[in-house]
Design a protein around this ligand. Structure first.
Ligand SMILES: *[C@@H]1O[C@H](CO)[C@@H](O)[C@H](O)[C@H]1NC(C)=O
Ligand SMILES: *[C@@H]1O[C@H](CO)[C@@H](O)[C@H](O)[C@H]1NC(C)=O
Length: 255
């Protein structure tokens, strides 16, 4: 692991409102003024993604031309209803402008959706330059067998995600004991080719030893893919809760 800014924040999931993003990135090298053409084009991109993302769960768009052109991408997690998708994207569009009011390259992550825009045409390119890692502070009691089961489940759902009809989504579960079930989900943004999706997921899972080692739950959030596992149900259709507590979560942001 190279040297990065590492920011550690303690969080309690119970204190998170639905509208709270998991994180955001405002590229400080892309400062713009709020009266610029670029800013108007960002509003154009946001209007488009708010009106269209929930139809299919995914949209790419652009607004303006020449040196003021802005590209946008929005995507909901593939298991999320169009109603939840729509409200997540509406929150994202509002929140990203508040958090990054003067940046042309901005990104925001929620569990149910992701939104970004930039003057660079990023569509179709793998981007793991900025990552957010959430992990449960509790550790599993039997790391060896846990990691074996986790690895096997990740392999299965990663190969699902790159099947074209699955549109970048893979999810599944494994019983670890009669009382404990491991749930996992991976998703690539839909602009990626199969090989690029596989690469993004490999980088995310390759970071498990750094950020998720033996943790009861972990999430890796990149601009091109999302990876999560937990010992409780978190994706739709929801399993009835087996009673495992969610526990305290911490976050690391890596530039
Ligand atoms: C962009 O603006 C922020 C404050 O909003 C400032 O901290 C940062 O240094 C600026 N970046 C550049 C490259 O000027
Ligand atoms: C889990 O393991 C990590 C690293 O091995 C350790 O720093 C941490 O204190 C452990 N957490 C708990 C709740 O025991």
């Amino acid at each position: 692991m190279n040297l990065y800014y590492v920011l550690l924040i303690s969080l309690f999931l119970s204190s998170c409102r639905a509208a709270d993003p998991l994180g955001n990135f405002c590229n400080q090298n892309t400062n713009i003024s709020s009266s610029s053409r670029v800013s108007v084009n960002i509003d154009g991109v946001l209007a488009e993604v708010v009106s269209k993302t929930a139809l299919t769960g995914y949209v790419t768009t652009s607004s303006g031309k020449g040196s003021d052109k802005v590209y946008g991408l929005a995507q909901c997690r593939g298991d999320v209803s169009s109603k939840d998708c729509s409200s997540c994207i509406q929150d994202a569009a509002k929140e990203i402008r508040q958090r990054c009011p003067n940046q042309a390259d901005a990104r925001i992550w929620y569990d149910y959706c992701f939104l970004r825009y930039s003057q660079d045409d990023f569509v179709g390119k793998v981007d793991t330059s900025f990552g957010i890692f959430y992990f449960n502070v509790e550790n599993v009691s039997d790391p060896q067998s846990f990691n074996k089961e986790l690895g096997a489940l990740m392999d299965t759902i990663r190969s699902e995600a790159v099947v074209p009809k699955n549109e970048g989504l893979g999810k599944g579960k494994t019983g670890l004991s009669p009382f404990v079930t491991l749930y996992a989900l991976v998703q690539c943004t839909r602009d990626l080719s199969q090989i690029d999706c596989a690469q993004c997921l490999a980088i995310a899972v390759g970071n498990f030893p750094n950020f998720c080692d033996n943790r009861k739950g972990c999430r890796v959030l990149y601009s091109s893919c999302y990876v999560r596992y937990e010992l409780y149900p978190f994706f739709f259709p929801l399993d009835s809760n087996t009673g495992t507590s969610v526990g305290q979560t911490k976050v690391i942001v890596r530039f």
